[in-house]
Design a protein around this ligand. Structure first.
Ligand SMILES: [Ca+2]
Ligand SMILES: [Ca+2]
Length: 164
């Protein structure tokens, strides 16, 4: 009996830990647009030079998971853990299943090429850990995912998938 009680307590503690970790790690919202994944650590040595750096290789992929609704990115906002933010200011339609890569650096946005540039050569997603927030134009949260390089990226290639 004593052994069974101990096991029950361990199981309960595990459940509490899982519940308390859930909001930061994998909160799910009824949003068409979600964070598909992030290349938070751009390949190579980080350099924020606009001409020769690799900020363009750091990107966040946002995908429309709705089966029927087309969503305009205009007014959507992404933020990191300390409040750095980017607002999609131009119309960019995402059809069901469509996606966009929000890249660092400066470049020409293209709906056909599924890319929007932050027009900023500084990196935004920390290489060790960060939290990525996606907000709807209304200000309500569409999605959020925290990550750590040690805990969220087993193959250490700098890319993490949040939603398949
Ligand atoms: Ca980074
Ligand atoms: Ca990975």
């Amino acid at each position: 009996m004593r052994t069974r009680h101990v096991l029950a307590l361990v199981a309960a503690a595990g459940s509490i830990a899982a519940l308390s970790a859930a909001p930061a790690q994998a909160a799910e919202y009824t949003s068409a647009l979600k964070l598909k994944g992030v290349q938070y650590d751009a390949p190579g040595s980080d350099s924020n030079s606009c001409s020769t750096g690799n900020t363009k290789d750091e990107y966040l992929t946002i995908k429309n998971y709705s089966a029927s609704a087309t969503v305009n990115l205009k007014g959507y906002v992404v933020k990191d853990a300390v409040g750095n933010s980017f607002t999609f200011t131009a119309s960019h339609s995402l059809q069901p299943g469509d996606y966009v890569k929000l890249r660092g650096g400066k470049g020409t946005d293209s709906d056909a090429k599924n890319v929007v540039y932050r027009q900023n050569c500084n990196f935004i997603w920390n290489n060790d850990k960060d939290t990525i927030y996606l907000y709807k134009p209304s200000g309500s949260r569409a999605d959020v995912h925290g990550y750590t390089k040690s805990g969220s990226d087993p193959d250490r290639n700098g890319y993490i998938t949040f939603h398949s």
